[in-house]
Design a protein around this ligand. Structure first.
Ligand code: TNX
Length: 481
């Protein structure tokens, strides 16, 4: 295990030198969790060509997945000797992460979709692992450009390999409304009908959305839906004239400006609308969080913004969910447990962020100059923005979440947003996401003391061939590959 290339790096690794496990063709998987066993077998069968039956009991299994009474929430232990591999965890999530680590310990050809030559070796030793932060997130903006359910499922699959456990979906913005709301059907029909550049857009049906939520849950990824309010709402304003202060619907918007739209904060129809939307979205959300945006409300007066948030945040609580908002929500009266998502990038302290910290909000870190996946890597990147600077893989990796904010901030974790003003294709998603997202996953999962750029870049480089085998594109960052 000396040279393992696991990303994120585990908290503790003790190699057993000279010891190697080889997966036998007639190996059996014994698992306390049917889903974890099935997931592992499903991942191993295509490339190995082995049958790998999964059973609940067996005298001499090749691989064992055991639920045990102790351990951290998402932690696991992995023991590899010449005769067997054993993963132990207290929770199903922990078992899943142990399985992901095991897959990365096998030769990279395990990621091929057709049968490959073995031997299927795993280096001997012990791993003891658990996450630094409970919230390890990515965000996909499906509003600026719409991406259908299959693209989102594939994104979830890749995130979960790196132990990311939250996917925030930015479901509404000026350019498009992307989740069907049965009580307001024009949102999907008319609000979802276009996107940046004027393409066809699209909108998830509730059944499609439920499929995303279920697929993610099987991979221990919780979906965080965002309905961005009260700004970033042109698509809704276009669909329903009564949400506008002057009662007139604006045209659909296919540009990339921000800050020009607002719900009519003084109209009762606005609150009926918000209540209905949040109710339907909450009903589709088994996870704890509802994100209500709150950023860049430049067309809403401060007074109106605070009044709006005073009415809307308690709706989220009443639906049994916890409020998440961009950090501009900081000055608005908080609801219990609220998370403020910090997306600043300036050296000077941000007053809205300080207000959130002072109120006791948990802070989700999305510093735009570190983890905004929509920023270009360099001036030569074919897509991406640059308002927060260029972000190389090293820039995304080389920082400490504990050192970013004033000492009294309660950091919930780290989330990497992919805004899609310039991203119209899956290739574009891949290029901006890899290899930076795995770098950020390590920032969020691994202890700071175990992280080091020089060692990381070598581990990360080993994932290039795996992405290629899986049909995932990436930026060949010259500092890594
Ligand atoms: C800022 S981050 C925005 C988004 C843009 C993004 C582009 C945030 C809360 N608002 O509306 O898409 O910059 O990088």
């Amino acid at each position: 295990m000396n040279d393992i290339t696991v990303v994120p790096v585990p908290a503790r690794v003790e190699p057993a030198s000279g010891v190697t496990f080889v997966l036998p063709a007639d190996g059996v998987i014994r698992s306390d969790s049917a889903s974890a066993g099935a997931f592992l077998a499903g991942a191993l069968r295509p490339a190995t060509g082995f049958a790998l039956p999964v059973v609940a009991d067996h005298p001499a299994p090749a691989i064992e997945l055991r639920l045990v009474a102790t351990g951290a929430d998402e932690g696991y232990e992995l023991d590899v000797d010449a005769g067997s591999v054993v993963v132990r965890a207290r929770t199903a999530a922990g078992l899943f992460y142990g399985v992901q680590t095991l897959l990365q310990l096998l030769p990279s050809s395990v990621d091929a979709t057709t049968v490959q030559d073995g031997p299927w070796t795993v280096p001997g030793g012990r791993i003891r692992d658990e996450p630094r932060f409970a919230y390890r997130g990515a965000m996909l903006d499906v509003s600026r450009h719409f991406f259908g359910p299959d693209v989102v499922l594939r994104f979830v699959d890749e995130l979960s390999r790196y132990k990311i456990n939250f996917l925030h979906l930015h479901l509404s913005d000026d350019q498009g409304w992307r989740i069907a709301i049965e009580s307001w059907p024009e949102l999907a029909r008319s609000g979802g009908a276009t996107q940046v550049g004027g393409g066809a857009g699209g909108c998830f049906s509730q059944a499609e959305y439920a499929r995303i939520v279920a697929h993610a849950a099987e991979r221990h990824v919780t979906i965080v839906p965002e309905i961005d309010l009260p700004g970033h709402t042109n698509a809704a304003l276009h669909a329903y004239p009564q949400l506008n202060a002057d009662g007139t619907a604006p045209p659909a918007y296919t540009g990339v400006d921000v800050g020009f739209s607002t719900l009519a904060v003084g109209r009762e129809a606005t609150y009926t609308f918000v209540q209905d939307v949040l109710r339907e979205v909450a009903a589709l959300t088994p996870g704890p969080y509802l994100h209500i945006g709150g950023d860049e409300a430049q067309s809403t007066s401060t007074e109106d913004y605070l009044a709006f948030m005073d009415r809307v945040q308690p709706m989220v609580t009443a639906l049994g969910k916890t409020v998440v908002g961009w950090h501009q929500i900081g000055p608005a009266r908080r609801e219990p447990g609220r998370i403020a998502q910090y997306w600043g990038h300036k050296p000077e302290p941000d007053e809205d962020l300080l207000a959130a910290i002072a109120q006791g909000d948990r802070i989700l870190l999305s510093p735009a100059d570190r983890v905004y996946l929509d920023m270009k890597y360099t001036v030569d990147s074919p897509i991406g923005l640059d308002w927060a600077g260029h972000i190389t893989t090293r820039t995304a990796y080389d920082w400490d979440p504990a050192a970013l904010l004033p000492g009294d901030a309660d950091v919930a974790g780290v989330e990497a947003p992919l805004w899609t003003e310039t991203v119209a294709t899956v290739d574009g998603i891949d290029l901006l996401t890899f290899p930076r997202l795995p770098a950020i996953a390590e920032v969020a999962w691994s202890p700071q003391a175990a992280r080091d750029w020089a060692a990381f870049r070598v581990r990360l480089a080993a994932h290039g061939p795996r992405w290629t085998l899986r049909g995932v594109g990436f930026h060949p960052d010259p500092e890594v590959f």
